[in-house]
Write a protein that binds this ligand. Structure first.
Ligand code: GLU
Length: 491
């Protein structure tokens, strides 16, 4: 049975990179009929906040990446938040102490700092001196360190550790360079590498798909698996946790870089899923875009639903290199998704971005028409806030270009004629045809006539179909705006 997991740390809102990792795990589970587990890695209580936990839940749900087991819905291998599993880690650490795969370390921060200092002075990579192996008990509570070389020797012939990565192929590390790392801090909390292995083992995770920044951790984790394997075969553990799980398969994804090839960060634009959503990116577009960061559809058709992607997804075909997060491409994709939206869905989706206006000024039919005529150029939903500004309120501010486009004669004549017009869209089309023709005879280009009207009515020189705009605004508002613009026009 394939069991995969996403294990975010709630020290920030769900990052788009974590969303991609979640998606690839989800796709792998979908494709293989496996299970997708959500585990919250909140061992670092100082950096954890419930607000971030909620953001992670909400963002994953919004993206449609629903989990089969998790902190909110439980499951057979819970609890699914590490902070609720604190009682588990010490017993496993104790097993490792007893088998000699771990040892207590009494070194003070100052002593460790001095060791590091010395390594820097000697231009050497820092590796812990292991001076606590066999050392007498020190003061206070000890940390617990993992005995790397003892584990390596017990399970391998040389110091070289190799595994076959699902994405990157064979990866090797000289374990002599790893150094005995801490698995339990002196305050009794587990470190990331230890907690993750205990959890992945107990949760029967079969495949671990995550960013390549974890490759160095993977070597440590494989050693911990090997050392713990024995412990988990002990009858008392088998009774509690079932038969031990074989070493999971690992797949490391290339990183997501900003267009300038640096690490994607806030200075490049939004990075949290919720920020993208707030700016008006559709979650369907986000998921589709993120899937293409490392994966390509076999038919070259890039616009695809999650289900279509899942059917076509093969982890072995995921690119092992880094992907560039092209905001322009995301914008294009989002605009494609907006174009495909049903009118009622789009009306509802745009409402929050029109909150600063009084939508009660419009009937439902008028709002529908507004959305129909303004949707075309939308890249993100929030574009509507400025694009539709002139539909609301009594007057408009004239943009400088619009001021230049005003034509007093055109406006005066319009005010005179339009007072008798029926402000129905069809009728307006006809009337404006006549109006343009009238001024054409006077030597005013039809384009300039319309420009002058648009400028007066909307304050802009570009925008939606002007007949529809006038019909939505109604005669009274249109004439009032034209009247005001007349006084601003250079005659
Ligand atoms: N909590 C870790 C992170 O957010 C999980 C890494 C893993 O998948 O093991 O990076």
């Amino acid at each position: 049975m394939v069991r995969v997991r996403i294990a975010p740390s709630p020290s920030g809102n769900l990052h788009i990179g974590t969303a991609r990792t979640a998606l690839f795990n989800y796709l792998f589970a979908k494709k293989t009929g496996g299970e997708f587990v959500l585990r919250i890695e909140d061992t670092d209580l100082e950096r954890t906040s419930q607000e971030y936990v909620k953001n992670i839940f909400d963002s994953l749900k919004a993206l449609g990446l629903n989990w089969d087991e998790g902190p909110d819905i439980g499951g057979p291998y819970g609890p699914y938040s590490q902070s609720e599993r604190f009682n588990l880690y010490p017993e496993f650490a104790k097993k490792l102490l007893l088998s000699g795969f771990a040892y207590e370390c009494w070194c003070t921060p100052e002593e460790l700092e001095a060791e590091k200092e010395l390594a820097t002075q000697n231009k050497q990579a820092y590796v812990y001196s292991r001076k606590c192996i066999g050392a007498p008990r020190g003061e206070g509570a000890p940390a617990i360190r993992f005995n790397v070389s003892k584990t390596q020797k017990a399970f391998h012939e040389s110091s070289m550790l190799t595994f076959n990565d699902m994405v990157k192929g064979e990866l090797t590390q000289d374990t002599d360079l790893i150094g005995d790392f801490v698995i339990m801090k002196s305050n009794g909390t587990p470190t990331y590498n230890f907690a993750v292995v205990v959890d992945d083992m107990l949760m029967k995770i079969s495949h671990i798909i995550r960013g390549e920044d974890h490759i160095s951790n993977t070597f440590k984790q494989i050693l911990i698996y090997e050392a713990l394997g024995e412990a988990l075969s002990a009858p008392e553990f088998v009774e509690l946790y079932g038969p031990p799980q074989p070493l999971p398969q690992f797949g490391h994804l290339g990183m997501i870089l900003a267009p300038d090839r640096s690490k994607l960060s806030k200075r490049h634009g939004a990075t949290a899923v919720s920020d993208f959503v707030e700016h008006g990116y559709l979650t369907e577009a986000l998921v589709n875009f993120v899937a293409l960061l490392g994966w390509s559809p076999s038919d070259g058709q890039e616009i695809k639903s999650v289900d279509e992607i899942a059917a076509d997804f093969r982890i072995s075909e995921v690119s092992s290199s880094n992907s560039i997060f092209e905001y322009d491409k995301l914008n294009w994709m989002n605009s494609q998704y907006i174009k495909k939206m049903g009118i009622e869905t789009l009306k509802a989706a745009l409402r929050p971005y029109l909150a600063k206006y009084d939508l009660n000024e419009l009937t439902d039919a008028q709002y529908t028409r507004l959305v129909e005529i303004t949707r075309e150029p939308l890249t993100v939903l929030s574009d509507i806030t400025s694009d539709a500004a002139y539909f609301f309120g009594a007057g408009v501010e004239l943009e400088p270009e619009a001021k230049d486009a005003l034509n007093g004669e055109v406006l005066a004549e319009f005010a005179k004629q339009a007072a008798d017009w029926d402000f129905d869209e069809e009728a307006l089309h006809e009337k404006l045809d006549g109006f343009r023709a009238y001024f054409k005879e006077q030597g005013v280009k039809p384009k300039d006539t319309m420009w002058a009207l648009r400028a007066a009515i909307t304050g802009r020189t570009r925008g939606a179909d002007i007949c529809a705009v006038m019909a939505i605004l109604g005669k009274e508002k249109v004439l009032a705006r034209v009247e005001k613009a007349k006084s601003q026009a250079a005659l």
